[in-house]
Design a protein around this ligand. Structure first.
Ligand SMILES: *Cc1c(COP(=O)(O)O)cnc(C)c1O
Length: 333
């Protein structure tokens, strides 16, 4: 695979740490060794997985001559925070369209990421009801900006198109080099599965290099069948974009678990609260309530159920998101 042929901005100049989590592993019975890939420490305001995708998306925007970025997300979107942050860094305007997936959840004076949107100087924020056609809403914003003589570029939700997913194909390669350097035989990788760019990229990167390492996604909103199809569609589009993966990637390379979503996207669950507290109190690492907390709840349950053979080395991809914790104070008090 030759990813060097794709333009990127160089937001990720050094590998993020891959750390053992011995106290956390011990708290789960000590039979499985858990390692954490610290993508919560990526550059960009407060870090997180979107930086790897935006490295490629923003390069595409700049190649196309854009001076303004439009993107969308939920009201506490980490993706919106990071897209805005990188737009600031590039000297570009950034406009956000926020989907109020939970009715009444948008508060103009809200904490967490919402606070950061304002602090980072968002140019405009448009809030639309849950279930809206987000691409159509962003097109409307783009149309109005074009009429003002601007050159807008739309980054899709989560930067989860084939261009953005390249960031996680690349992360899989980075991780394999770390496994080699650490003489670590990894048996399994676990990732959160949301807008799917992270999961799709990781599945391609682990499969197409013949690593033999299975990747499991823990869903944060959709059911298993729907999400697996969603991820696989993006796998196929990304494989096509990369262009030199012989034989492609089979659908069996995409596996999702959907038992940890709870009542719905962004709604707290007891197992998420337990996961966030346990990692904080054993390793001093902050998860988030919407993605990494629920994904870690899934990993904890799989370990307790004996899903991974004794002695396995399992890597959890920490995708960031901790600013959202401050919008969930009531949940943790
Ligand atoms: C966006 C996000 C995810 C999910 O990644 P996708 O590529 O959208 O599936 C996971 N964790 C955090 C903190 C995120 O912001």
């Amino acid at each position: 695979m030759n990813l060097a042929k794709f333009p990127r901005r160089g937001y990720v100049s050094t590998p993020t740490p891959l750390e053992a989590a011995p106290a956390f592993s011990e708290a789960l019975g000590g039979k499985v060794n858990i390692f954490i890939k610290r993508d919560d420490l990526l550059p960009g305001t407060s870090g997180g997985n979107k930086t790897r995708k935006l490295d490629f998306s923003m390069a595409d925007a700049i190649e196309q001559g854009a001076d303004t970025i439009i993107t969308c997300g939920a009201v506490q979107s980490n993706h919106c925070r990071l897209t805005l942050a990188w737009a600031v860094k590039e000297g570009m305007d950034c406009h956000l369209v926020l989907e109020e997936r939970v009715k009444g959840s948008y508060k103009p004076e809200g904490s967490g990421n919402n606070f950061l949107f304002n602090l980072l100087g968002v140019k405009s924020t448009k809030v639309v009801p849950g279930g809206s056609d987000m691409m159509a809403e962003m097109e409307k914003v783009a149309e109005a900006l074009r009429a003002e003589g601007k050159k807008p570029y739309i980054v899709p939700g989560g930067a989860s198109n084939s261009i953005g997913a390249l960031g996680y194909v690349s992360c899989a390669q980075e991780m394999q080099q770390q496994f080699f350097d650490m003489k670590l035989k990894v048996d399994h990788v676990v990732v959160p599965s949301g807008s799917a760019g992270t999961h799709a990229g990781m599945a391609i990167g682990m499969y197409a290099t013949n690593s033999g390492i299975p990747v499991s996604g823990i869903n944060v909103s959709r059911t298993k069948d729907v999400q697996e199809a969603h991820v696989y569609k993006l796998v196929e589009e990304t494989v096509e974009l990369i262009g030199d993966i012989k034989g492609g990637v089979p659908s069996e390379a995409v596996e999702c678990f959907d038992s940890y979503v709870g009542p719905g996207y962004s709604l707290p669950t007891d197992s998420m609260i337990e996961a966030v507290k346990l990692l904080a109190q054993t390793e001093g690492i902050l998860l988030d309530p919407v993605y990494s907390g629920k994904a870690m709840a899934g990993l904890i349950d799989l370990v307790r159920k004996g899903h991974f053979p004794e002695g396995s080395n399992v890597v959890f991809l920490h995708t960031g998101g901790s600013p959202a914790l401050y919008a969930y104070l009531d949940t943790f008090q």
